[in-house]
Design a protein around this ligand. Structure first.
Ligand code: ZN
Length: 191
């Protein structure tokens, strides 16, 4: 088990465009080790996802998993998913206003508009092609992680900087209203 250091906002690597990898590279011990490291690091940090540039590797790989996550208890579960060379397509203009945080932006949360219905095509860690529809908060989680591969942080998408809070102040002043709104959304959309 290798937990890697997570880069924090201000590190220039978080602002780079990550490159696609070939199937041969994906099969290599180095890339498989990186995937294992991403999973270990995501678990150790209780993240809902992590992208390779967050550990300083500029390749288009991310891992996503939501179980009983203390950072995001209202998020619907997502099984462990390894996403390689993803391509996202927005299916319509429906948006949801989501309060997000990020392992690379310590102790900060803010509101971001995400597409509710997306199609995502990617390879898994074995190079098997996937073509899936994601909806709701799950779609938002995918968009957050895939943004990292383009050097984009959730901070860039915060539409009203007055929604920025520390985690402590979120718990104190904003959590109840957000959870009520987002729980109703999750019940309507189903994910
Ligand atoms: Zn992030």
């Amino acid at each position: 088990m290798t937990v890697r250091e997570i880069l924090h906002v201000g590190n220039p690597l978080l602002r780079e465009l990550s490159r696609e990898i070939t199937r041969d590279e994906l099969a290599s011990p180095k890339m498989q080790q990186l995937i294992d490291d991403l999973i270990d690091t995501m678990h150790a940090a209780n993240g809902a996802g992590i992208a390779a540039p967050q550990v300083g590797e500029l390749v288009r790989i991310a891992t996503i998993e939501v179980t009983d996550n203390p950072r995001y208890p209202y998020k619907p579960r997502i099984p462990l998913t390894v996403v390689v060379n993803p391509v996202v397509e927005f299916l319509d203009d429906e948006m949801v206003d989501v309060n997000e945080g990020c392992l690379s932006v310590p102790n900060m949360r803010g509101n971001v508009l995400r597409h509710v219905n997306i199609r995502v095509r990617y390879w898994d860690r074995h190079g098997v092609e996937h073509d899936e529809i994601k909806r709701g908060l799950t779609a938002g989680t995918f968009q957050h992680e895939l943004d990292h591969l383009d050097g984009v942080l959730f901070l860039d998408r915060v539409h009203d900087t007055r929604t920025l809070t520390t985690w402590e102040q979120f718990e104190r002043y904003h959590r109840a209203a957000f959870v009520e709104r987002i729980t109703a959304f999750v019940e309507r959309v189903g994910s």
